[in-house]
Design a protein around this ligand. Structure first.
Ligand code: THU
Length: 132
């Protein structure tokens, strides 16, 4: 089972594959599923700007395609140059929440490049659910 640092390292590595010629802001996401497997995603932009996709849903799609059901933990690394503190955007918070619990940990870097964790409940209080 990867620890937080190892999950961040995988996010950092897949970030290098990002297709971000427009924003130059590269993001990598590593999702640990309930079976202990890691699924990776990076952001993929498009010349028709709104069609671009974030790293997190791409990692989640890889998890779902591989049969993963739940996000046990997720690490996200992003930045235009060297990685900076990068939390998931609002839409991605909702997408993560679909497969996570309130206490699921989101691992990112702080301003000094050190790992810092947040919970789903902390970044998305009062998440929309069809069945509250
Ligand atoms: N981006 C992500 O991949 N994840 C986020 O949570 C925030 C933003 C991407 C989208 C776009 O390609 C670039 O970062 C700049 O917004």
């Amino acid at each position: 089972m990867p620890d937080d640092q190892q999950l961040l390292d995988q996010a950092r590595r897949v970030r290098e594959a990002a297709h971000a010629p427009y924003s130059k802001f590269r993001v990598g996401a590593a999702v640990l599923d309930e079976q202990g497997r890691v699924h990776l995603g990076c952001n993929v932009e498009n010349a028709a700007y709104p069609l671009g996709s974030c790293a997190e849903p791409n990692a989640i799609a890889a998890m779902v395609a591989a049969g993963g059901k739940r996000i046990a933990r997720i690490a996200i690394v992003g930045g235009a140059g060297e990685p900076v503190a990068c939390l998931p955007c609002g839409g991605c918070r909702q997408r993560i929440s679909e497969f996570a619990d309130d206490r699921t940990r989101i691992i990112v870097l702080d301003d000094d490049g050190n790992p810092v964790e947040h919970t789903v409940a902390a970044v998305l209080p009062g998440a929309f659910r069809l069945d509250p």
